[in-house]
Ligand binder design. Structure first.
Ligand code: ZN
Length: 438
């Protein structure tokens, strides 16, 4: 992918540094790793946008699910009988099966083998495996490490707890002029994996920082920092009345790798968020793809489900399961770059701006073209790129029939959305255009 040669702004480095700070923490869908992660995210948010943390007790019924026991881990290793640690959680938190039950025993190599996970095709990488809802124990290791386990017996020890506790998630809201909102989700449940999904966390955190410094937008915006699946189910279970206010939704995942952008449409497809994302990605002029909805992935599955039916897409670079480093130790700090995070944040920021600005207008002087000169339109153009803005003005006047929105005008004319938006502002200011009220 062609990259911009100019140096990324300071926020790009700050996003990367946030990932670096979060990378060593062993996270899961519950436990202290999630709490520590949220407390770091909270410290990176401006004081006017506090992070609101919610704890949901184990055993709580949430929609069709039950909040599981809380998992915490202090250590885990495989040791030879002579006391040499051959696989150690202290070296990499992917080494222990995420949500692993505790174990402390001597074990034959044959039996141990049934508790091991490795990747023969990538012999130096450690896979990331979980077992949230079936209680078992296990170790993940590189194939090379696995091949060295030739002793007849080993000692296995996992110092973890699975006990009644809580599931922790957090949200942060930017108030808008309306109670209607844009909802973004990003999952916080993965341990030391960067693209999936510290990249999404970094982009979402910095989006909030940017929005805090701007005038009050039209829509409120909420970001959920939640464990995947069970986290959004918990949020939905206790926020049913809010769902009607979610006008546009999107999950932010895998946003730091070199792959071109992929936007996955909402289940309904063709909704405003889908059109905005297609336009915003298209305007970047770089390779990208817009794909149809499918019921794998992240929190879009919960929000698009019948009943809630929120138009909820997903923005990513590498697609889950489709890049070799996915869910392995190779998804590390060198797999993501400041430049890619910066481009992702820029795209999300632009898309949010487009959602806020996209309106349907009515031409107040239909029946022929209004005479722009006498209405002060040319004066209002000021220092703008006059030729393009004039063309945009004619497109907006031509299509503002109370049915087509600015995105339609941008699509039909092929002109950038920002130009169409600015043209509409000039026409509104000179009383040739009025926003259609729903
Ligand atoms: Zn994942």
């Amino acid at each position: 992918m062609a990259s911009d040669r100019t140096d990324p702004p300071p926020r790009a480095r700050q996003m990367y540094e946030l990932m670096r700070e979060l990378y060593p923490i062993c996270r899961s869908i519950t436990g202290n790793g999630a709490r520590e992660t949220l407390s770091i995210i909270g410290r990176h948010l401006p004081p006017e946008l506090p992070l609101r943390v919610t704890e949901v007790a184990s055993g709580t019924e949430v929609l069709d699910w039950t909040v599981p026991k809380e998992w915490n881990i202090r250590g885990g290793y495989i040791e030879t009988l002579s006391g040499q640690r051959v696989v150690d959680f202290a070296n990499h938190n992917l080494h222990v099966l995420n949500y692993s039950a505790p174990v402390d025993r001597r074990i034959s190599r044959e039996e141990l083998d049934t508790h091991l996970y490795s990747l023969p095709d990538h012999p130096d990488w450690i896979p990331y495996r979980t077992s949230y809802y079936a209680e078992r124990w296990g170790f993940c290791l590189s194939q090379r490490q696995r091949d060295t386990l030739t002793d007849p017996e080993y000692v296995v020890r996992i110092d973890s707890t699975l006990e009644p506790g809580h599931l922790t998630y957090a949200e942060c809201s930017v108030p808008g002029q309306s109670e209607d909102e844009i909802l973004l989700t990003t999952h916080i449940c993965h341990p030391s994996l960067c693209n999936d999904n510290l990249s999404g966390i970094a982009v979402a955190t910095h989006l909030l920082r940017e929005l805090a410094a701007q005038p009050k937008p039209r829509y409120s915006l909420r970001v959920l920092f939640i464990p995947g699946t069970i986290g959004s189910i918990c949020w939905l279970a206790s926020n049913r009345e809010r769902v009607q206010h979610i006008k546009h939704g999107m999950s932010l995942v895998c946003l730091g790798d070199d792959n071109p952008f992929t936007y996955k449409r909402s289940l309904a497809g063709g909704r405003e968020v889908d059109r905005v994302m297609a336009r915003a990605i298209g305007e970047l002029g770089s390779p990208h793809q817009v794909i149809d909805y499918f019921p794998y992935g992240y929190d879009e599955r919960q929000f698009n489900s019948p009943g809630f039916a929120v138009p909820f897409g997903s923005l990513m670079r590498g697609q889950h399961g489709q890049f070799p480093e996915y869910h392995t130790s190779a998804d590390n700090l060198s797999f993501v770059t400041e430049q890619n995070l910066e481009a992702s944040l820029g795209l999300v920021q632009n898309a949010v701006g487009m959602l806020n600005a996209n309106r349907t207008f009515r031409n107040l002087r239909p029946y022929g073209e209004p005479q722009l000169g006498k209405r002060g339109v040319y004066r209002a153009l000021g220092g703008t790129d006059i030729a393009d803005t004039q063309l945009a003005i004619f497109w907006v006047l031509a299509m503002s029939d109370g049915k087509h929105d600015l995105l339609d005008v941008s699509e039909r004319s092929g002109l950038p959305f920002a130009l169409i938006r600015d043209a509409a502002a000039i026409l509104e200011q000179t009383e040739l255009l009025a926003a259609q009220t729903a």
